[in-house]
Design a protein around this ligand. Structure first.
Ligand SMILES: Cc1cc2nc3c(=O)[nH]c(=O)nc-3n(C[C@H](O)[C@H](O)[C@H](O)COP(=O)(O)OP(=O)(O)OC[C@H]3O[C@@H](n4cnc5c(N)ncnc54)[C@H](O)[C@@H]3O)c2cc1C
Length: 306
């Protein structure tokens, strides 16, 4: 499966394919994973999700910006998204990609932007997750989180990726902090080399289960973010066996992926968060979703040529 993922992500970076897909916009079936291009689209879908008993995690799409001006624009977009939460009930959680606000350019300037975002989010009662991107950005993302936590911005959280060989050490480092930061656990979505990442599905699932266990014992708030039914069942069973309250461990899934499972989990009394991306810079996000499942690619290709 990881060879399929590497291939799709590599082909997606090929200029003519990217330009063609971007020109066609969110038609082609890619729109299934994205609320729309505008903030109003996102707020409308977020309300629908809340009526259906799930909470939205808004994500204004954008990543790996090329210059400081683009990072400034991204900060303004993120701040506008925070303001839109005034129309939505709690829990108010959103995601930001650190390279969207310039972490890949100048970490100091990115930290200043993240600090301003943290202040605006605190005023609006919004919790902000710093998503985890490809492995060259992990150190800087953890440093960013720790810097802002040290300043008292405890409403900021981040993500650990089970496929990374370094994750057990990162987990230990974060769980030693006081207070323990809120953490989301995922398998990991990027094409990573064997030198830094586990390469088989079995190894990644086993790591995910071990890390779920460590997080549950660790005392902080845990978001188990996967569509893998076995891992969801494992997390629920271990949480209940360890007597961890549901408020300390919920489930998060992606918009457009396994909606029936999302509905069932909410019906069964789970708190279910749905990662809800929106915006015009959808290409990188959508190609990662296509790389997760051959059937998604077939669906989109049918939209292209059908
Ligand atoms: C809330 C949330 C936040 C995330 N944040 C990050 C992040 O910050 N950094 C990061 O690297 N990754 C992130 N991810 C993505 C994650 O790393 C995985 O790439 C993604 O969740 C797919 O892995 P899986 O655990 O669902 O397992 P998989 O083994 O990929 O999937 C399990 C089953 O779910 C279904 N499924 C999975 N993906 C899809 C899909 N795209 N379309 C249709 N069906 C699918 C399939 O039926 C599959 O058999 C996030 C995921 C979620 C749910």
């Amino acid at each position: 499966m990881s060879r399929y993922r590497d291939l799709v992500l590599a082909v997606a970076r090929y200029g003519p394919i990217e330009r063609f897909a971007r020109r066609r916009g969110l038609r082609l079936g890619a729109g299934r994973f994205v609320a729309g291009e505008g903030l109003d689209d996102a707020v409308r879908v977020a309300r629908d999700l809340q009526r259906a008993g799930r909470y939205p995690i808004l994500d204004r799409l954008g990543e790996f910006v090329a210059d400081e001006e683009a990072a400034d624009r991204a900060e303004a977009d993120v701040t506008a998204t925070i303001r839109a939460y005034a129309e939505l009930p709690a829990p108010r959680r959103m995601s930001v990609k650190p390279t969207q606000i310039g972490l890949g350019l100048d970490p100091e300037r990115a930290t200043e932007r993240a600090r301003r975002i943290a202040v605006a989010a605190a005023a609006a009662g919004v919790e902000v997750c710093l998503d985890m991107e490809d492995h060259p950005h992990v150190d800087a993302t953890l440093d960013l989180l720790e810097t802002l936590h040290d300043e008292g911005h405890h409403h900021l959280s981040t993500v650990l990726q089970s496929y990374l060989r370094r994750t057990p050490d990162d987990l230990e480092r974060l769980l030693a902090r006081d207070p323990v930061p809120e953490l989301r656990l995922v398998k990991g979505a990027y094409a990573e080399p064997a030198s830094v990442a586990l390469q088989t599905a079995r190894e990644v699932r086993e790591a995910f289960m071990r890390q779920t266990e460590t997080l549950l014992a660790g005392g902080g708030i845990v978001h188990v973010a996967t569509h893998d039914p076995g891992l969801i069942a494992h997390a629920r069973a271990r949480r209940d066996a360890l007597g961890v309250p549901r408020a300390r461990c919920d489930l998060q899934l992606l918009y457009g992926v396994k909606p029936k499972l999302q509905e069932r989990l909410a019906r069964e009394g789970e708190t279910v968060g749905v990662y809800l991306p929106f915006g015009s810079d959808w290409y990188g996000y959508v190609t990662r979703r296509l790389a997760e499942r051959p059937a998604n690619l077939a669906f989109v290709v049918r939209g292209l040529f059908g």
